[in-house]
Design a protein around this ligand. Structure first.
Ligand code: PLP
Length: 365
């Protein structure tokens, strides 16, 4: 009898992400207002599109397995050496490499209950054990509690998303610094900075390259290239050499490398996206206030709006979907009574606002 390994067999048949395409099939809709996955509503940089279009005829060639042009440009941006950067097909890919490289099967990792799910997914997939700590009541990852557990359990990796998804909360540079310093010396901090581009540079952890720290960045959010699947990690040359042993050297789309490089050079477009995203957040805060709903101030491209109970939040999400508006909701307390809506263009925001007003008038929430 053919069986997967015991670790894989023990994993329940759940999918961390149900995509809008599947939801469209299930609800027989040809179109959805896509506000569920924190994709950029403002698209990729036109310069990235132009560069990728021009490159397309060379699709028969593999990309540079070292992504060196891109790493050179990234090294300049981050004030480090290209040898301190590894490129992958998105943060999700690199997170898997980090777990595989640093958490032994049967080993222990630590994260916040209900935070971005891919880390937990990889920990299960590589046969390790995940310890979890709940969010603070206001939806901020609880650094003190993470620290307590880390000191007792000595996990190989602590995962922290900052800004966090799904809360949108941002932990200050000073707090992150002291959290990092207080962690056991043998624990690696996997700092997921998918939304760092929406935060002022000065508020982020300064360039810091130590074996105990891996920072993850992506072109999926502010750069609007989620479908191209490209991201990177900043760490030490030693950790990058470790990744080099196990990463898929031809795993990064050639076209994505070209697009990422072009969009990195388009600072004007990035500034436009960051400004539009801030506008969208403000619009959602106003909408929540108009509807008498609490919201969480966010440093990302999404906002959580409170619906009082998890059941009501789920009903609102489902009713919105019936009306052609796709959003998501956090799965674990204390955030499970919220719905999470991504920053949209003014038209998308209007469609969301209209549908939400109608749903709240109908559903007893
Ligand atoms: C969107 C997101 C990711 C995924 O990034 P990719 O580069 O598209 O794989 C990772 N972490 C967080 C916190 C995210 O919100």
């Amino acid at each position: 009898m053919i069986r997967p390994t015991p670790a894989i067999e023990a994993i329940p048949q759940t999918t961390p992400f149900i995509g809008p395409e599947q939801l469209m099939r299930e609800t027989h809709q040809l179109e959805l207002v896509r506000l569920g996955a924190n994709e950029s509503a403002f698209g990729p940089s036109p310069k990235a599109v132009a560069a990728m279009t021009q490159e397309l005829p060379r699709l028969s060639w593999y990309g540079d397995p070292e992504s060196l042009d891109l790493r050179d440009a990234l090294a300049e941006k981050h004030g480090c050496k290209p040898s301190q950067i590894v490129v992958g097909s998105g943060i999700d890919d690199i997170m898997g490499l980090a777990v595989r490289a640093f958490v032994a099967p049967g080993g222990v990792a630590l994260a916040t209950t209900g935070t971005y799910p891919t880390f937990a997914y990889h920990v299960a997939g590589y046969g390790a054990r995940l310890l979890e700590v709940p969010y603070c009541p206001d939806g901020t990852p609880d650094c003190d509690a993470l620290l307590d557990v880390a000191r007792n359990a000595m996990p190989s990796i602590v995962y922290l998303a900052n800004p966090d998804n799904p809360s949108g909360r941002f932990i200050s540079r000073r707090e992150i610094e002291s959290f990092y310093e207080a962690l056991p010396r043998d624990t690696l901090l996997l700092l997921d900075e998918a939304y760092a581009d929406f935060v002022d540079e000065g508020e982020l952890l300064p360039a810091s390259f130590e074996d105990r720290l891996i920072r993850l960045r992506t072109f999926s959010k502010a750069y609007g290239m989620a479908g191209a699947r490209i991201g990177y990690a900043l760490s030490t040359q030693r950790n990058v050499s470790t990744f080099q042993k196990i990463r898929l050297h031809y795993g990064i789309n050639r076209n994505a490398q070209v697009g990422a490089l072009a969009s990195l050079r388009d600072a004007e477009f990035r500034a436009y996206v960051v400004a539009e995203t801030a506008r969208a957040r403000e619009a959602y805060y106003e909408l929540a206030t108009e509807l008498g709903r609490p919201y969480i101030e966010s440093q990302t491209n999404f906002v959580c709006i409170g619906m009082e109970t998890a059941d009501r939040a789920a009903r609102v999400m489902n009713e919105l979907l019936r009306r052609g508006v796709w959003i998501r909701k956090p799965g674990a307390p204390p955030l499970d009574s919220y719905v999470r809506v991504s920053a949209g263009t003014p038209d998308m925001r209007e469609a969301f606002a209209r549908a939400l007003r109608a749903v709240l008038a109908e559903v007893a929430v």
